[in-house]
Design a protein around this ligand. Structure first.
Ligand SMILES: N[C@@H](CCC(=O)N[C@@H](CS)C(=O)NCC(=O)O)C(=O)O
Length: 349
């Protein structure tokens, strides 16, 4: 019985492997992106600090810079990106049908999305450790979740937010009514127009939304964080060439901060590394020695291209979410491990 099961499973695995793995007739999307000369990147487009259209009609934010870093590494030019704004419910279909090459859209990495039996996408490393919160109007006087008993709560559908809300309120045995919307702007409108006592989302989205309210100080985010929301870029399943590139491009951004290599000092670092053969780690990292980039199927000096385009992870974070940005969010868990945070890159060796 056991043997029969294993043989059957093996057959399925072989079948799946041969149908989805890139081959001559079904090339990797990495090749397609390189042939097309542009990266199609799925973003939200509605979250200041993450992906948002600025006054010049350009997308900007941390999710947008991830798209730029990918394009810089894969195509040699961070500007070669076509941005596709996607709602939460449509994002995985857009990835699976090939409408986009990459999702860089405040998407939580979890088992159901990663698994073949679920959404079947492949996640890259976490680029922002978030959590879910609830926002209420200050004048409501609400300070704790249980005070939301029998209330309407505005939430986006097709999100982990919806499920966590349900889990938390069920576990705490608090009756409530979810009012579901397709996107963040509708959630905000429902909340501001008084259809709901609270709106719920990733805390980053609550902070970003509040920054554009007419009276930001009139709203508070409750202290309780009800979930883990590790946000990560995602690519299609079964395409290891692309997913390996995505993974190591993100790690390169994190590692560059660990090495102290930034947009400002990259040229100087290159000169120093080229003139000193003892700087073995940095020489390898910057593609002067070795073949790390080539192993991934991209330029050997992909790290240099990324850093010139976007800077390292810390610079990206500061630009969009730092203290002087429009949506200041303390780095907290998103600090490098060297500063007590969770961000760490495995060795680029
Ligand atoms: N991180 C969560 C939630 C992300 C999310 O997409 N949230 C909704 C709002 S609650 C949304 O659509 N936000 C951005 C948008 O409307 O474009 C997930 O991956 O499901």
């Amino acid at each position: 019985m056991k043997r029969q099961f294993s043989t059957g499973l093996l057959a399925i695995l072989l079948l799946c492997t041969s149908c989805v793995r890139p081959n001559k007739t079904n090339p990797s999307r990495l090749d397609l992106i390189q042939k097309r000369g542009e990266l199609k990147c799925g973003v939200s487009g509605k979250i200041p600090g993450f992906s948002f259209l600025n006054s010049d009609g350009q997308y900007q934010g941390i999710d947008v810079d991830i798209c730029k870093a990918m394009a810089a590494a894969i195509l040699g030019d961070g500007k070669k990106v076509i941005y596709r704004p996607l709602t939460a419910p449509e994002r995985f279909t857009a990835l699976k049908t090939g409408e986009v090459d990459l999702l860089s859209r405040n998407t939580t990495f979890n088992l159901s999305r990663d698994a073949i039996g679920g959404n079947g996408v492949t996640f890259g490393p976490v680029i922002f450790h978030d959590g879910q919160g609830l926002m209420v109007k200050k004048r409501s006087g609400i300070e704790k979740i249980d005070e939301l008993i029998n209330s309407n709560i505005c939430v986006g559908s097709g999100t982990t937010t919806e499920q966590n809300l349900n889990d938390t309120f069920q576990e705490l045995n608090i009756p409530y009514t979810p009012i579901k919307y397709q996107d963040l702007n509708q959630v905000i409108a429902g909340y501001l127009q008084g259809r709901c006592k609270a709106m719920t989302s990733d805390i980053s989205q609550l902070a970003a939304s509040r920054s554009s309210f007419p009276n930001p100080d009139g709203h508070i985010i409750l202290k309780k964080v009800i979930s883990k929301e590790p946000l990560a870029p995602a690519s299609i399943d079964g395409d290891p060439l692309l997913s390996d590139a995505v993974r190591w491009i993100i790690y390169a951004l994190i590692a560059a901060e660990e090495f102290g290599i930034s947009q400002n000092n990259i040229d100087q670092k290159l000169i120093e590394a080229k003139s000193n053969p003892n700087f073995v780690s940095i020489r390898r990292f910057l593609g002067i020695d070795g073949d790390l980039g080539n192993k991934l199927g991209i330029a050997n000096d992909f790290v240099v291209k990324i850093i010139r385009s976007t800077g390292n992870y810390g610079e990206i974070y500061n630009r969009h979410l730092g203290p002087t940005s429009r949506v200041p969010i303390p780095r907290g868990l998103n600090k490098s491990y060297k500063d007590g945070g969770l961000l760490i890159a495995p060795p680029l060796k």
